[in-house]
Design a protein around this ligand. Structure first.
Ligand code: ADP
Ligand code: MG
Length: 323
């Protein structure tokens, strides 16, 4: 059973970037307005995520690391309208099985906080302590008890790049949250959390980016597309700079990319791609996020409407900015 648990955990938690994503999404689900992410050695040695969210009440802390003990979904019907980012109740239990995990947490109305320590072979141990409001989750020595998994981790710089990429996407997804990202003691990004997507982009790509972008905003029925796309004179030779957020969730889709490219039409040089960060907001019932466990893929009902809206949004914003 213990072995099974460890193998299964490795499926959910494949690398430090996946851990960072799960922990940050938990902070977001907890209503945090400020999140600090610290890693060392690409997250292989240490990942620490601190938030100012609602915290976990003492009696629920042991449940947080139990599989499927999530409180976020109570009936099967709810799966149709998933509004929170986490919903499988697998992340913390999986991480606990393959690392040394510590959770420090306090809710607003409890005088004392709770500290839970657990690892692949020890615990959980729970004590009370004076803590700030919110939650800190610390993950040390990922895969220390699964040499085979550990071997599959990339070198430190590669794992750092992967974490950095996840953090930047979460910054774009959440301009209303101030996100501070520290790697090996150095602040890499610090987004203001003022709700302005352009400021979030500047926090990641620098000030020069600000005047290379055109604002995009278009609504068709229940579909709202908004974000920023680069001027046609500012293109890349890869699609790496095209990001999509569906109801705030980062998703990957060739169809969405193609719709943006159609919006540029003749403006695009062959083999060149824009920088684009687009939020697509639509009723939860029109998207199925449950297609793949990594939650990157989605199924859209009436996808054509969504694609047309994106094309129109991009086209209109380029017309306006060149006028
Ligand atoms: P899920 O997010 O799918 O519910 P997780 O394993 O990621 O499952 O987390 C388990 C539970 O622990 C969450 O449902 C939530 O109640 C609690 N939790 C985890 N992280 C936080 C956090 N940063 N702040 C408040 N509660 C949290
Ligand atoms: Mg979660």
């Amino acid at each position: 059973e213990a072995v099974y648990k460890r193998i299964a955990a490795g499926e959910v938690v494949v690398n430090p970037a996946a851990v960072v994503k799960e922990l940050m999404e938990n902070s977001m689900d907890a209503g945090a307005t400020a999140i600090t992410v610290e890693i060392s050695q690409g997250g292989k040695e240490l990942i620490r995520v601190t938030d100012n969210g609602i915290g976990i009440v003492a009696e629920d802390v042991p449940l947080a690391i139990q599989k499927h003990a999530t409180s976020k979904i109570s009936t099967l019907d709810d799966l149709d309208k998933i509004g929170t980012l986490g919903f499988r109740g697998e992340a913390l239990s999986s991480i606990a099985a393959v690392s040394r995990l510590m959770i420090q947490t306090r809710t607003a109305d409890s005088p004392e906080g709770t500290v839970l320590s657990v690892s692949g072979e020890h615990g959980p141990e729970i004590i009370s302590a004076g803590l700030a409001e919110g939650t800190t989750v610390k993950v040390e020595n990922l895969f220390y008890n699964i040499p085979a998994r550990m071997k599959f981790l990339k070198n430190t710089s590669r794992e750092t790049v992967n974490v950095t990429s996840v953090v930047s996407k979460l910054i774009f997804a959440n301009p209303h949250i101030s996100i501070k990202y520290i790697s090996n003691g150095k602040v890499v990004y610090h987004s203001p959390g003022n709700g302005n997507l352009k400021d979030a982009i500047v926090a990641v790509y620098g000030k020069d980016m600000a005047h290379k972008l055109a604002k995009t905003d278009h609504t068709f029925g229940e579909i709202h597309v908004h974000g920023l796309v680069s001027q046609p004179t500012f293109l890349y030779k890869s699609t790496n700079y095209m990001c999509f957020f569906l109801n705030g969730r980062y998703v990957q889709s060739k169809n969405l990319q193609s719709a943006v490219l159609r919006g540029y039409g003749e403006r695009l040089l062959r083999g060149h791609y824009p920088f684009s960060i687009l939020h697509i907001d639509l009723p939860l019932s029109r998207a199925d996020v449950n297609v793949h466990p990594s939650k990157l893929q989605v199924m859209l009902y009436n996808e054509t409407d969504v694609l047309d809206t994106i094309q129109k949004a991009v086209h209109t914003s380029l017309e306006e900015s060149s006028a």
